[in-house]
Ligand binder design. Structure first.
Ligand SMILES: Nc1ncnc2c1ncn2[C@@H]1O[C@H](COP(=O)(O)OP(=O)(O)OP(=O)(O)O)[C@@H](O)[C@H]1O
Ligand SMILES: [Mg+2]
Length: 222
């Protein structure tokens, strides 16, 4: 079985006549250490599939397996443990907390995994260094550019040392040059740390760089 695998995944929203099928009968295998891009036009189901793969949402039917375990059957408690320890998300809306410095933002998820304070700070410094923000540890999100904020979101995902990184349109709001930098950063994370990366994007640069591209059309793999 592949590292990450989904079988006949379907996700409906709404009821009766107004049902929207966001993801329809998707089966997909992702090997450990792969860099996969989910592409497709707006509304094709990329975000929904990404959320299903990371157990942020539950499918209407079908199953997701991570390392051979069916995570779609996990209890809420097991799911939250999974999200604290093994799966990282980089959301399009970066979810940075404006009242915290970028160092504090980066290591916030570690607090929930009960990592000790000194260790958290150490880790935060290291990953912020890695994304090129080592000199801005005390800056607040409002003091950063869009690209730099995106870097913090990647750093925060890295701090957890998860083995699966799911990124939703990580270059969506950025100019071409910065979008390339963020893409290259994700590629480097994949290469250096061996993190399995699934990125939802319709950015041609990301699509071009990904080792494998899966295109969604109306919720289905085309
Ligand atoms: N919570 C929801 N309730 C109802 N419909 C939803 C919900 N979330 C998504 N949808 C619908 O499911 C379909 C797929 O949405 P999704 O967000 O997965 O697309 P996407 O490919 O990520 O699009 P984009 O490129 O614009 O981000 C769309 O038709 C959308 O309107
Ligand atoms: Mg989306």
């Amino acid at each position: 079985m592949a590292f990450l695998e989904c079988l006949h995944l379907t996700r409906n929203y709404g009821k009766g006549a107004v049902t929207v099928t966001a993801v329809q009968d998707v089966s997909l295998q992702v090997e450990k250490g792969e860099f996969l891009c989910l592409t497709g036009r707006s509304g094709s189901g990329k975000t929904t599939l990404l959320h299903l793969l990371g157990a942020l949402e539950s499918p209407s039917t079908g199953a997701v397996y991570l390392d051979g375990r069916e995570i779609t059957r996990f209890s809420p408690r097991m799911k939250s443990h999974l999200l604290r320890t093994r799966v990282s998300f980089v959301f399009q809306s970066l979810n940075l907390i404006t009242s915290l410095t970028i160092l504090e933002n980066t290591v916030l998820p570690l607090r929930y995994s009960r990592v000790k304070r000194m260790e958290r700070i150490e880790k935060g410094r290291k990953v912020l260094q890695e994304v090129g923000l080592g000199k801005r540890l005390g800056a607040y999100p409002s003091e950063l550019s869009g690209g730099e904020m995106q870097r913090v979101a990647v750093a925060r995902a890295l701090a957890k040392c998860s083995d699966l990184l799911l990124a939703d349109e990580p270059t969506g709001e950025l100019d071409t040059a910065t979008a390339r930098e963020i893409t290259d950063l994700l590629l480097e994370v994949n290469r250096v740390h061996g993190t399995t990366v699934v990125v939802a994007s319709h950015d041609p640069y990301v699509v071009g760089k990904a080792a494998r591209v899966v295109e969604l059309r109306d919720g289905k793999i085309s």
